[in-house]
Design a protein around this ligand. Structure first.
Ligand SMILES: Cc1ncc(COP(=O)(O)O)c(C=O)c1O
Length: 386
């Protein structure tokens, strides 16, 4: 957020800033979604609340999406429509856990998990995950965490993950799911980056593997913010195990009353052939940008570059090129001032080792990504010579 506010100041002064900070697409949604929203607004509809669990036609469309992408039958009654994945976290954590429960998650990871869980009085157990496990938890790491901290009530998993972009494959997710089921630990699977993946032999499933493919014991969370390019529309969903449906529905009504009605109506049109094709088109842009960054890595001299299996992030250790700077936050601040390139320093994602890491978001134009690489190389060269 500090970086973003400085980007705003520099742009207001007339400087050209190349931003690889924002974790959001800039494509906008598919034309079918925009058209549905335009028609709704033109019709002057009152936009009253929807049922707390969401519009029935949207719940049905979301359920159908699981058949299309994962060959898995989901009933509309399992779907809770929320104000983005963020709204699902709050509702689900409240519904599923009690004050003092222990919930594990990977470090580095998306900071909101830690912050929301902590604010709800839960104990966060951070599992340090490095390149040897693709920055993802494993049953062995969970055994260790349990031995060290005590019984867990939950595990939050993200695949593809933010900030690393790494994924767990089918066998790994099956093993994690079994580990959780055997111990009555609730698996909360954040699948918000599904669909944004880059084919590789280690990750043969083209969309990502859903925890729902292993049964209905996990909470699956997703959203229209990434593949569908609708971050500001604030609409997402959770798939709920049977025992959480009634309480989550009641809580959802109290937390937000409902997700925005106009976004829900429009989101039904996110499941048309054209809208899927539009999403795929954005993924090919990300794939080109990812290629540009991966090609540049040997010249950049960064290490422990996370494999970037999916999402639109590259996460790396820059300790070898920090030069005179104490940490990646100071390095990023200097890069922004000197070269007008904005990257995200790692501390928010990893309060322990994030002082030496950065995250680049390649949800930008190809031109922005190529020129940013040139400027980063120039910055690093200037540090080497000084
Ligand atoms: C891993 C992850 N989960 C959830 C979210 C929040 O998404 P939403 O816009 O659906 O609230 C983000 C946003 O960047 C994210 O990276």
């Amino acid at each position: 957020m500090d970086v973003l506010s400085r980007v705003g100041e520099l742009r207001a002064q007339g400087r050209e800033v190349l931003s690889l900070c924002a974790g959001e697409p800039s494509s906008g949604p598919a034309p079918s979604v925009n058209q549905a929203a335009a028609e709704l607004h033109a019709g002057g509809e009152a936009l009253n609340y929807t049922p707390a669990a969401g519009l029935p036609e949207l719940r049905e469309a979301i359920a159908g999406h699981y058949e299309r992408w994962y060959d898995t039958v989901v009933e509309p009654g399992e779907v809770l429509v929320t104000t983005g994945a963020s709204g699902a976290f709050v509702t689900m954590f409240l519904a599923a856990f009690d004050v003092g429960d222990r919930v594990a998650l990977a470090r580095p990871g998306y900071p909101a998990y830690r912050n929301i869980l902590t604010s709800l009085g839960l104990e966060v157990v951070e599992i340090p995950c490095g390149p040897e496990t693709r920055y993802q938890p494993t049953p062995e790491l969970l055994d260790q965490a349990t031995a060290e901290h005590g019984e867990l009530a939950g595990l939050v998993l993200a695949s593809p993950a933010n900030p690393t972009g790494t994924m767990v494959n089918r066998e790994e997710l099956a093993a994690l799911s079994k580990w959780c089921n055997d111990r009555d630990v609730l698996l909360v699977s954040d699948e918000i980056y599904h669909g944004i993946t880059y084919p590789a032999p280690e990750q043969p499933d083209p969309r990502g593997v859903s925890a729902r493919e292993f049964g209905d014991t996990a909470v699956v969370i997703s959203s229209f913010s990434k593949f569908w390019g609708m971050p500001g529309w604030r609409v997402g969903w959770a798939l709920l195990p049977p025992y959480l449906r009634k309480s989550s529905d009641a809580l959802a009504g109290n937390v937000a009353l409902c997700a925005p009605r106009n976004a829900q109506v429009a989101a039904v049109q996110a499941f048309t052939e054209d809208a899927y094709a539009f999403g795929e088109q954005q993924v090919s842009t990300y794939a080109r940008n990812r290629g540009i960054l991966l090609d540049a890595v040997p010249n950049l001299g960064w290490s422990d570059v996370a494999p970037a299996d999916g999402a639109f992030y590259l996460y790396a250790d820059i300790s070898k090129v920090l030069g005179p700077y104490a940490d990646s936050a100071a390095w990023c601040a200097a890069l922004l001032e000197d070269q007008g390139v904005a990257l995200t320093p790692g501390l928010d994602f990893d309060p322990v080792a994030g002082g030496s890491t950065v995250r680049l978001s390649f949800a930008a134009s190809q031109d922005t990504v190529s020129r940013a690489v040139g400027r980063i190389l120039a910055f690093q060269e200037s540090l080497r010579l000084s």
